[in-house]
Design a protein around this ligand. Structure first.
Ligand SMILES: Nc1ncnc2c1ncn2[C@@H]1O[C@H](COP(=O)(O)OP(=O)(O)OP(=O)(O)O)[C@@H](O)[C@H]1O
Ligand SMILES: [Mg+2]
Length: 393
């Protein structure tokens, strides 16, 4: 470490001179001294020393403590060692509150002076290094966050362009076919119907994206997840391929949540559809389980959204388990990205929409996947005990 740069604030000229000499003899780089608070503030700001040796009692309107406060306000980070005549001084206690690097009670010998200044110097160097590392880490995190945002924005813009370009090509092709078959009214009408259906599909994607972006107002009310799932069983069954059956099990305890029934049903339908698609060509069952779980019982695996934690509370959950081949390790971090799909006709919007619904309800999704299948668990905050389900929920 290079010689510490010291500034002395002492109103008695003789003592100040002697101190400066002793410091120089000890190898310090003495930048100067000031006899008054005003001058000390000015000169310390100009010289930016590492250490300030400061008498607490100065003649004039500013005490050593006032100077220390002034330095903090100006964000000058010199380590301050106070000089005082009394160890029990009230002002010494005040100085400690000002994060003084140390204090010396007059009279002091050279060894005490040197040791106190050395400790203050090392401590300041360590603090600075810690601060610098912290700043570097923050800068790195900010850069990383920007890069990730740019990457996901770029990916989404590319996927959007791809989706709508495809749709427009199909629509153009169908309209072209219709024009060429004006002489065959039935064929022309069929082509136009297909074009209208494709336009409808694109409009549906547009609506889904608006919901994903939070453009729709969600009406929440108290509903029971178990009841909702039991009532939706018949619909869920229609979403599964042949040979795959639905096994619904609802725990006896009530699972009240505040949510929009339509959105929750749709989110669960996405999970059941995905589970069925993962089992296409196989026999077996998709298990839907509804229940209540405390934070430490939240299923393992990964959770979304990134900022969500189970915290210290109770959750109502619906878990959808399939016996498909699981999700590839390289894909699993992308499955909630809009337009991410590994399916030929997939839009890649099912899980993105589910996540936007769950996020708006302060809930989370946990995913456990492996070669024998996947379990997606939707977790919503359990409503306060005594909350009654609204009619028809
Ligand atoms: N249960 C599952 N088993 C295996 N992979 C799954 C499962 N659920 C989701 N995935 C993967 O996550 C991807 C994204 O799912 P998501 O539901 O968002 O879109 P998609 O099913 O491809 O299209 P769609 O918008 O029509 O639902 C899927 O393409 C698939 O790769
Ligand atoms: Mg899907």
């Amino acid at each position: 470490m290079t010689a510490a740069r010291v500034f002395v604030v002492e109103d008695e000229a003789m003592i100040a001179m002697e101190l400066c000499d002793r410091l120089r003899a000890l190898g310090y780089d003495v930048l100067g001294h000031a006899a008054s608070g005003d001058r000390a503030l000015r000169e310390i700001a100009e010289h930016t020393p590492d250490l300030v040796l400061m008498d607490i009692n100065l003649t004039g309107p500013l005490s050593g403590l006032d100077v220390a406060r002034g330095l903090r306000e100006r964000q000058l980070d010199a380590a301050i060692v106070f000089l005082t005549a009394f160890s029990g001084d009230e002002k010494v206690r005040e100085a400690t509150g000002l994060e003084a690097a140390g204090y010396l009670v007059k009279p002091f010998d050279e060894r005490e002076l040197h040791a106190t200044l050395q400790v203050a110097h090392f401590k300041r160097a360590a603090d600075r290094e810690r601060q610098q590392r912290l700043e570097e880490r923050h800068a790195l995190e900010a850069r990383l966050g920007r890069a990730q945002r740019d990457e996901s924005l770029g990916r989404m813009a590319g996927a959007l362009a791809h989706t709508f370009n495809n749709a427009f090509s199909v629509i153009l092709g169908l309209v072209e076919l219709a024009r060429n078959s004006v002489g065959q009214p039935a064929q022309c009408a069929a082509d136009l119907d297909d074009a209208v259906a494709e336009i409808g599909r694109s409009a549906e994607i547009g609506r889904a994206l608006r919901r994903y972006a939070g453009g729709e107002v969600v009406q929440t009310r108290c509903l029971e997840l178990g009841k909702l799932c039991r009532e939706a069983t018949a619909i869920f069954e229609t979403l599964l391929p042949e040979g795959v059956r639905l096994a619904m099990s609802v725990a006896p305890e009530p699972t009240f949540v505040h949510a929009d029934a339509l959105l929750v049903r749709e989110a669960l339908a996405q999970l059941v559809t995905n589970a069925g698609e993962a089992m296409a060509g196989r026999q077996g069952e998709v298990a839907v389980q509804v229940g209540v779980v405390s934070s430490n019982g939240v299923p393992g695996g990964r959770t979304w959204p990134a900022e969500w934690t189970a915290g210290d509370r109770t959750w109502a959950y619906v878990a959808v388990r399939d016996a498909g081949s699981g999700i590839a390790e390289t894909d699993v971090n992308r499955i909630f990205d809009p337009f991410f799909s590994t399916k030929f006709f997939g839009r890649g919007l099912g899980l993105a929409l589910l996540l936007s619904t769950v996020r708006s309800l302060d809930g989370g999704v946990s995913v456990d996947t492996g070669p024998t299948g996947s379990t997606f668990s939707m977790l919503l905050p359990l409503a306060a005990p005594g909350a009654e389900p609204a009619e028809g929920s």
